[in-house]
Design a protein around this ligand. Structure first.
Ligand SMILES: Nc1ncnc2c1ncn2[C@@H]1O[C@H](COP(=O)(O)OP(=O)(O)OP(=O)(O)O)[C@@H](O)[C@H]1O
Length: 651
């Protein structure tokens, strides 16, 4: 049935192409869309040698639709903005049908940026494109225009990946004589994205476009429109009277600050919404700030900074300089990875302490344990969670030091506490993975692996992936701890890293102690990531020497350091070499990435910043002590904990 429909559509479109005769300047190529009043084609503009979109008015339109088409042309002629589609030309076909040409936007519709994944890259892209649309709206609103029909299909991406607002047939311009664009019997606009005041036929304003864009963002984040219904009336009723479901209930990957921002756009009473594009940008920016500062740097690889990419790092315009340096205490060599949050950075020490500093370098506090703290700690908001070698996991208020809870495991805690939803996952040396409730520390379940766990678990789409020292790789259900799958490679001593390669597929990168990097391909199946038993190993790369660190992944590239001191950049999809760089002696600290730069450190004190694309050294310092612990990029600063127990901030 579906196939027949496609054929029919194709047939209609082919007829369309042949029966339209544009001036010689344009060569029609294909029909790419159809709306209520017009057909849209891709065409070649011979004069300027580029492809354009041509929108041709149907020959059988009612006056109201012709009116809308003309209104769209008039509006477009008055707008010049990078986030609004540009009009190029206007004319008539041979049979006197009105057409205009515009920028060809073939990068998909707005909702295709989602559903949102819980990765910094995905968040950054979402913020970037949402901000761009709001700039476009602000520009229109300043000219006294209200769009009144924003939908994901009216915001299309150009080849540059930036969105443009289009379809201006319903624009309300305050200086227009004809203000009423409603037809008897129904309201114009698209019900799924329509503001309550517009649904009721009341006064629309910039806030109505903000609401509609809120609904568009909601769809992009969650994959669903705010309200579904059997008919338009049922949908419109809910816009007016019902609260939308919280976005995180539909997609847990949507971070709280972003969900709150979108719900603010969707307030029923216009007075409670941002009043303009600029106001909306401020709301989005605040959400981004909160998100970056609160969540992303606060966890180790297994958390949200799980790919080693930190959007909050310094922008590299000149070599970084040390801005402060402190001793973590006496007898505190071999510190753990540096973890940071909006106000503090924290480092675990072998002396059995977690040293907490303000971003200025002032010491805030030192929290104790009865044994070494070698695994990275986790810091989120006011909560600091850390494990020590006596098997105790503690959650304390980082400001006051008040302990929320304590959990006793039977052996050393060797990996970072990793949070997903309301659970923290912590691994102990005896091979037990504990799932602890974030508020109470009560254990919900435990899972026993074959041998000790050296790396933290990685969590995606409610699937926990972990690898033990004998090389078994496990997939568990995050809610119940039930085993989903298991396969064997060779001994693993580092935290695996996962990165999406498509909407349904994930590449799980597993560094083995023997010096291989394995890439396993997992596919989303009933909401969990599963391997295809016949075809799970996508590629393997042999590194020189053993491997002790985790890879970093950013924009389809994998950065991996070896004990032989080489940093490798590989293609995420194929494992092909992109570039390599000899850094120094052994690399045990995992590389980190921010703003086009990979930071890598060696055990003999070389600290390098490399161009992500080319591997060229952009900055290099020789430090007096070696580096083993993964550095942190946050608050525009690079934080490094040295083997001799010094913590230094570079900016
Ligand atoms: N500049 C463009 N580049 C690429 N595709 C486009 C472009 N403009 C329109 N399209 C495609 O054509 C489809 C129809 O276009 P549009 O919505 O502007 O028509 P319309 O007649 O005004 O629709 P309606 O009146 O139903 O809102 C769009 O959904 C889109 O897929």
């Amino acid at each position: 049935m579906l196939r027949e429909r496609h054929l029919l559509v194709f047939f209609l479109y082919s007829v369309g192409v042949e029966s339209i005769h544009l001036p010689d300047r344009y060569q029609l190529q294909a029909c790419i869309g159809e709306g209520g009043s017009a057909l849209v084609y891709r065409a070649l503009d011979h004069h300027l040698g580029r492809e354009v979109a041509v929108k041709v008015l149907h020959d059988y339109v009612i006056p109201a639709d012709r009116h809308r088409f003309e209104r769209e042309i008039r509006t477009l002629a008055r707008l010049t903005h990078p986030n609004v589609v540009s009009i190029y030309d206007l004319g008539h076909t041979e049979d006197r049908r009105l057409f205009f040409t515009m920028q060809l936007l073939n990068g998909g519709a707005f909702h295709e940026v989602g559903p949102l994944e819980a990765t910094p890259e995905s968040f950054e892209r979402f913020f970037r494109v949402s901000r761009a649309v709001l700039y476009g709206l602000e520009y229109m609103h300043e000219k006294g225009m209200i769009h009144r029909d924003l939908t994901p299909h009216n915001i299309l991406f150009g080849p540059d990946g930036l969105p443009r607002i289009m379809d201006f047939g319903l624009v309300y311009a305050s200086q227009d004589v004809t203000r009423d664009l409603t037809r008897t019997g129904y309201t114009l606009g698209t019900p799924h994205y329509m503001a309550p005041e517009q649904a009721r036929g009341g006064m629309v304003g910039p806030h109505s476009d903000i609401y509609a864009f809120g609904a568009v963002m909601y769809r992009a984040l969650t994959g669903q429109v705010p309200f579904e219904g059997d008919n338009d009336q049922a949908v419109l009723y809910q816009h007016v009277y019902e609260p939308p479901r919280h976005p995180t209930e539909i997609n847990p990957a949507v971070p709280e600050p972003l969900a709150e921002a979108v719900l603010k756009f969707l307030e029923k009473d216009p007075k409670n919404r941002p009043m303009s594009g600029a106001g909306a940008i401020a709301v989005i920016e605040e959400a981004r700030e909160n998100l970056l500062r609160n969540t992303i740097p606060g966890q180790y690889r297994g958390g949200l900074a799980r790919t080693g990419y930190h959007p909050g790092g310094p922008t590299f315009t000149r070599p970084l300089k040390s801005i402060w340096s402190v001793r973590l205490g006496t007898d505190v060599s071999w510190p753990s990875a540096v973890i940071g949050d909006r106000d503090f950075v924290a480092v675990g020490t072998r002396k059995g302490t977690v040293a907490v500093y303000e971003h200025t370098g002032r010491k805030h506090a030192e929290y104790g344990a009865r044994d070494e703290v070698t695994a990275p700690v986790t810091l989120e908001g006011d909560r600091l969670v850390y494990g020590s070698w006596d098997g105790v996991v503690r959650s304390v208020d980082v400001r006051t030091g008040v302990e929320h809870w304590r959990h006793q495991a039977r052996s050393e805690i060797t990996t970072a506490p990793t949070r997903f939803g309301e659970l923290y996952f912590v691994a102990a040396r005896d091979g037990h993975l504990h799932a602890l409730h974030e508020k109470t520390g009560v254990m919900k379940w435990a899972f026993k692996t074959q041998s000790p766990l050296a790396g933290s678990p990685v969590i995606w789409a409610s699937t926990i992936m972990l690898a033990d020292e004998e090389g078994w790789v496990y997939g568990l259900d995050a809610a119940s701890g039930k085993s989903l799958w298991k396969l064997q490679l060779s001994s693993v001593h580092a935290t695996p890293v996962a990165a999406p390669i498509s909407r349904e597929q994930l590449m799980l990168l597993i560094p083995t102690w023997e010096g291989e990097l394995h890439a396993l391909k997992l596919t989303l199946n009933n909401g969990r990531y599963m391997p295809d038993p016949q075809d799970v190993l996508e590629w393997t790369y042999d590194l020189e020497g053993e491997v002790w660190c985790s890879p970093a992944v950013h924009q389809g590239r994998v950065y991996m350091g070896s004990w032989a001191g080489q940093l490798y950049a590989l293609d995420l999809h194929t494992g092909d070499d992109l570039w390599t760089c000899q850094v120094g002696s052994r690399i045990t600290a995992s590389p980190v990435v921010s703003s086009g730069v990979v930071y890598v450190a060696s055990e003999d004190g070389d600290l390098l910043a490399l161009n992500e694309k080319t591997g060229d050294v952009v900055w290099k310092v020789k430090t007096p002590s070696g580096i083993q612990a993964t550095p942190l990029l946050t608050d525009s600063t690079l934080y490094v904990a040295f083997m001799d127990g010094t913590l230094t901030a570079f900016r």
